[in-house]
Write a protein that binds this ligand. Structure first.
Ligand code: NI
Length: 160
């Protein structure tokens, strides 16, 4: 396993459409292992392959329950609404208010290329929506209500 460099906003690769994974090769497995190492090192909740410079439809999510690897994921159902603070490892030090569905159901392939389903609410639903957007070259900064803020500034507001 190895840490990969996280691409940051301004890097054009973050704005590109990712390609479907046809086969889980040893290289893809290595990519997934590296993504987890990179995610945990950065204390993140989710990471999409384009954030480490690979244009493949792979995201990993770990909200503290179970680590999830989603290959070629598609959201098939959403409901409700939640508005909360969101950040992204590709936009370091920033956060902003984003409204997302409060429930999301995603169909995806696992590492054995078997089709699976995952349902999430609250943080997991938010992470699913945020990470899947990366696969279509979309960043949360375009969804922020009001202004994108510095994380420090937000923490001060919350403690007031
Ligand atoms: Ni992100």
């Amino acid at each position: 396993m190895a840490l990969r460099q996280i691409r940051e906003i301004g890097d054009e690769i973050l704005l590109k459409e990712c390609r479907e994974v046809k086969e889980v090769t040893p290289r893809v497995r290595e990519l997934i292992d590296d993504m987890f190492e990179t995610l945990y090192e950065a204390n993140g909740v989710g990471l999409a392959a384009p954030q480490v410079g690979v244009l493949k439809r792979i995201v990993i999510i770990d909200c503290g329950d179970d680590p999830h690897v989603l290959i070629n994921p598609k959201i098939v159902e959403t409901s409700g609404e939640q508005t909360g603070t969101e950040g992204c490892l590709s936009v370091p030090g920033k956060a902003g208010l984003v409204t997302r569905p409060n429930y999301a159901k995603v169909v995806y392939y696992d590492e054995n290329m078997e089709q699976q389903e995952l349902e999430g609410t609250e943080l997991l639903a938010r992470a699913i929506c945020h990470e899947l957007d990366h696969l279509d070259g979309k960043l949360y900064v375009d969804l922020v209500e009001g202004e994108l803020k510095d994380v420090e500034e937000l923490e001060e507001e919350e403690s007031e």
